[in-house]
Design a protein around this ligand. Structure first.
Ligand code: DC
Length: 223
């Protein structure tokens, strides 16, 4: 157990977790763990190495040896063995590969310690699917962020188009439903709220409103 505070923010794809976690971390001066990025990097690395995703041991071995560097917090630059993969990991292929490697128990185990190491003073905001349930079960505050799937698909569409990445709404909706199904139905670390999580539905809320609510809840927990 550690005294260093953790805010765990879990939820499905497109719930706004990533943006919100980053804003909360900035406001508090905390470190940020984007655990989805780790699964995305592993998926892309496995793809580049032509690994069969059915070969769980090979994928887990790869997970243990990856050299990952998150550069200058906020710019989103991610290096995999020295190569900039920031764009690759955010494509739909990157999302799908991440969800597939995320359903491999040995790969999850291989990434476990790496995630714990992000817990550093003065505190951590960790975003993912199992932050509150598996990785940081003693988190100070656990948030489960949701939004209806049509709204999540819209947000993702806008994000991709803004970045100049091609996308269509029906494809995104289909992919989101597929990923939701895989992430919630997998036997190991499925996406589900921790028993002591606060459930926030962001469908009708602005990003700022969600951030303020989380900061308020954290202040109440810490006082
Ligand atoms: O949060 P994200 O959209 O970047 O995550 C991409 C995929 O990675 C998601 O579909 C499931 C997987 N993932 C996971 O299994 N566990 C986590 N803690 C974070 C992400």
């Amino acid at each position: 157990m550690s005294d260093i505070p953790v805010i765990a923010i879990d939820g499905p794809s497109g719930s706004g977790k990533g943006t919100i976690a980053e804003m909360v971390a900035n406001r508090l001066g905390f470190i940020l763990l984007d655990s989805g990025a780790l699964y995305r990097i592993l998926g892309i690395a496995a793809h580049k190495a032509n690994l069969e995703l059915d070969n769980h041991n090979q994928v887990a071995n790869l997970a243990r040896t990856l050299e990952i560097e998150f550069c200058n917090a906020g710019t989103g630059t991610v290096l995999l063995n020295g190569e900039d993969v920031s764009k690759d990991i955010r494509t739909e292929l990157g999302s799908s590969l991440a969800s597939q490697v995320g359903s491999i128990p040995a790969a999850r185990e291989a990434l476990y310690e790496r995630q714990l190491r992000f817990r550093k003073s003065p505190g951590l905001v960790a975003d993912g699917r199992d932050m509150g349930t598996v990785i940081f079960p003693d988190a100070t505050l656990k948030i489960f962020l949701t939004a209806v799937v049509s709204e999540r698909a819209q947000r993702r569409y806008k994000q991709l188009i803004d970045k100049g990445i091609d996308a269509t709404l029906p494809d995104l909706l289909r992919d989101l439903n597929e990923r939701d199904r895989r992430d919630t139905e997998r036997p190991v670390s499925p996406l589900k709220p921790a028993e002591d999580a606060v459930i926030l539905d962001s469908t009708e809320l602005s990003i700022e409103e969600v951030v303020e609510q989380i900061l308020k809840l954290f202040a109440a927990e810490s006082s």
